[in-house]
Design a protein around this ligand. Structure first.
Ligand code: F6P
Length: 327
């Protein structure tokens, strides 16, 4: 527990945007103002902090944003903040505005940066997990995941209409980089026949056998969910191999950034609001550095070290579920 009094808080978004970031910004600014602190918005993430893009926020600066996707503060992936010089510039800019604490909404890469920043400059920091990938260790949930999954589910349902009207197999590529979370949830909720993960050996023979068996018993469509990996396009490789080696025709649909936009769901609005509030309260209470997390159905806080790893593990029972339910 720290006892340095906090008078002001700066907030920034870092990494890919996600639906619900605006809800967190709103909660942070309004909680800060409600507790008598000054609130500042930092534009374009750590890069904007280095370039001194900082503005004072009042209650109306976060009015009418709770339902908007993206982030009103914009975001970036800053290479410069990975350097000690970049972080020193950022600290000097906070000092110039009399900002004595910082909240970072982003993923685990952004949290690693925040932790370094705290270690080097002693500025109280808090992390709020915001990424559609749900791939941060130490938390069961990251803001944006629910909305992104729902968007992908709606897209796959539409693709299923066409697939079944034409007896087709579709490879639908979803986001999540190397994280299996979006793919598994989408597969279970759309009744997909198979999943392909970017970092795992692809069992083409099993995929092809499963699809051909389904068709032989009268199925008129099949959906294979593919995780995109480091860059989009894995679905095209899978398509080629299925065609060349297994004489199986499949169409490709890459959902891409459509999954990152749009109005946040109830879950994203609610958890983002709770996390934004708790981040400010914790800083004021001297409980920092910290990350707000969602565990066992509750919003709580955890040390940074628990939340800076990738969470890529696959729950085998969920894979079995996909297989058993799509026979
Ligand atoms: O981390 C969020 C995410 O949307 C990943 O799912 C995806 O792989 C990546 O960002 C795409 O990044 P960019 O928007 O920079 O292309």
């Amino acid at each position: 527990m720290n006892n340095k009094p906090i008078h002001s808080v700066g907030v920034l978004c870092s990494g890919g945007d996600s639906p619900g970031m605006n809800c967190a910004i709103r909660a942070i600014v309004r909680t800060a103002l409600g507790l008598g602190l000054n609130a500042y918005g930092i534009q374009r993430g750590y890069q904007g902090l280095i370039e001194n893009q900082i503005r004072s926020m009042d209650a109306s600066s976060v009015g009418n944003i709770i339902q908007r996707g993206g982030t009103i503060l914009q975001t970036s992936r800053s290479k410069e903040f990975m350097t000690a010089e970049g972080r020193a510039k950022a600290a000097a800019n906070l000092k110039q505005h009399n900002i004595d604490s910082l909240i970072v909404i982003g993923g685990n890469g952004s949290f690693k940066g925040a932790m370094k920043f705290f270690e080097e400059h002693g500025i109280p920091v808090a992390g709020v997990p915001g990424t559609i990938d749900n791939d941060i260790s130490g938390t069961d949930y990251t803001i944006g995941f629910d909305t992104a999954v729902q968007v992908a589910i709606e897209a796959v349902d539409r693709i299923r209409d066409t697939a079944s009207s034409h007896d087709r197999t579709f490879l639908v590529e979803v986001m999540g980089r190397n994280s299996p979370e979006i793919a598994i949830h989408v597969a279970i909720c759309t009744g997909a026949e198979n999943i392909v993960f970017s970092k795992q050996e692809i069992q083409y023979d099993k995929i092809s056998e499963h699809i051909k068996r389904g068709m032989a018993r009268g199925k008129n469509s099949s959906i294979i969910i593919v995780t995109e990996g480091d860059r989009p396009g894995l679905a095209y490789q899978v398509q080629d191999t299925l065609k060349k080696d297994f004489k199986l025709d499949a169409h490709v649909c890459i959902l891409g950034h459509i999954q990152r936009g749009g109005a946040p769901s109830h879950m994203d609005r609610f958890i983002a609001s709770r996390m934004g509030y708790l981040a400010v309260k914790s800083l004021v209470d001297g409980n920092y550095p910290l990350v707000t997390v969602y565990r066992d159905g509750h919003v709580a806080t955890a040390p940074f070290v628990e939340c800076i790893q990738d969470k890529h593990s696959i729950d085998k029972s969920e894979l079995e579920l996909v297989r058993l339910l799509s026979i």
